[in-house]
Design a protein around this ligand. Structure first.
Ligand SMILES: Nc1ncnc2c1ncn2[C@@H]1O[C@H](COP(=O)(O)OP(=O)(O)OP(=O)(O)O)[C@@H](O)[C@H]1O
Length: 310
């Protein structure tokens, strides 16, 4: 559905997007993740035609619309400008008119979409009086008015509470099941888990593209979880067998190269300090672990040794 070839965008000396070749297939829920400033928004804005690439190409193909070479898409930007002193319905009318839709069509579609987004009963509420999550759902409602086959969302749930994020993703899944292709950037790794495929960007480059399941299975390290009598967050830092150590309330999560060797080192370390060990077990990496490894480490080897980025 979306194909880019070596897409590049510079802002004076900053290369925001560096030679990105990306494919988003019809029916995908494609997640774009990466640290702040990685280039996600710039890439999305180029895909939506809001800024012009310096080089490279973008092709949008919509197989569902025979004879059409460009896909109809809806875009929900990072900062969606709703009018706070207009009601939900007045905002919808405004954005519908911007899409060139007539009043009857807007009303029909609004009724339909507001049911999906659970905003129907708030039609007459001023946008300023909606909660954060409801504002995002209104922004989504507006982006859906043109009945897009491709929906592009830039961090749509940023700053929204976990329950509302869950609800928002239920809506995305429903839309996807009805045939909509979705490209979404997100800072939340629990949301990355929900995508069919994830593209990780860093320093303008698209470093890895894969399913969350494959990304986790390609994670090059092992994770140990430890419960012991110590509550010192830094206690394992500096042990040569441990690459990274984090302390979460009552347990340590260690990133290690060799699980058995690291386990032995931890046991010996704690015994040497008379610190009782309650539990030590290896656990599976999460998308959060994958993200941290990709963002922090030099990942050339990881991405090259795996299947090609497509
Ligand atoms: N209009 C602009 N002028 C100058 N520099 C820009 C502009 N837009 C983006 N940049 C720079 O390009 C780089 C990529 O920014 P971009 O917003 O695309 O990243 P991002 O991955 O979306 O980050 P975030 O998650 O923080 O929104 C950053 O260094 C940013 O400062």
């Amino acid at each position: 559905m979306i194909f880019t070839e070596t897409l590049t965008k510079k802002f004076s000396s900053i290369t925001a997007v560096a030679g990105v070749s990306l494919q988003v297939q019809q029916g995908d829920i494609f997640g774009l993740v990466g640290p702040d400033g990685a280039g996600k928004t710039t890439l999305i804005r180029m895909l939506c035609g809001l800024i012009t690439p310096d080089s490279g190409s973008i092709t949008m193909v919509d197989n569902a619309a025979s004879g059409e070479s460009s896909a109809s898409f809806g875009y929900m930007p990072q900062k969606f400008s709703l009018y706070g002193d207009l009601t939900v319905m007045e905002n919808i009318n405004f954005f519908g008119a911007m899409y060139g839709l007539n009043g009857t069509i807007i009303n029909q579609r609004a009724d339909e979409i507001l049911q999906i987004t659970n905003l129907f009963r708030f039609k007459q509420r001023f946008a300023d009086n909606l909660s954060g999550g409801m504002k995002q759902k209104l922004a989504l409602t507006c982006a859906l008015l043109a009945r897009p086959r491709l929906l592009v969302l830039d961090e749509p749930t940023f700053g929204v509470d976990p329950e509302s994020r869950k609800e928002f993703w239920k809506i995305l899944y429903q839309l996807n099941q009805e045939g909509m292709t979705i490209l979404v950037s997100t800072p939340y790794m629990d949301e990355a888990e929900l995508c069919k495929r994830v593209g990780f960007m860093n320093n303008g480059r698209l470093v890895v593209v894969d399913s969350p399941k494959n990304m986790k299975s390609r994670y090059p390290y092992r994770i140990l979880e430890i419960k012991c009598a110590s509550r010192q967050p830094e206690i394992f830092q500096g042990l040569p067998e441990i690459l990274e150590s984090n302390f979460y309330g009552d347990k340590y999560r260690l990133v290690v190269q060799e699980a058995k060797i690291a386990e032995a080192a931890v046991v010996e370390f704690l015994q040497g300090r008379d610190i009782p060990l309650y539990r030590l077990k290896e656990t599976k990496p999460t998308m959060e672990d994958v993200f941290v490894a990709l963002a922090e480490k030099e990942v050339v080897e990881w991405s090259m040794s795996s299947q090609p980025v497509n």
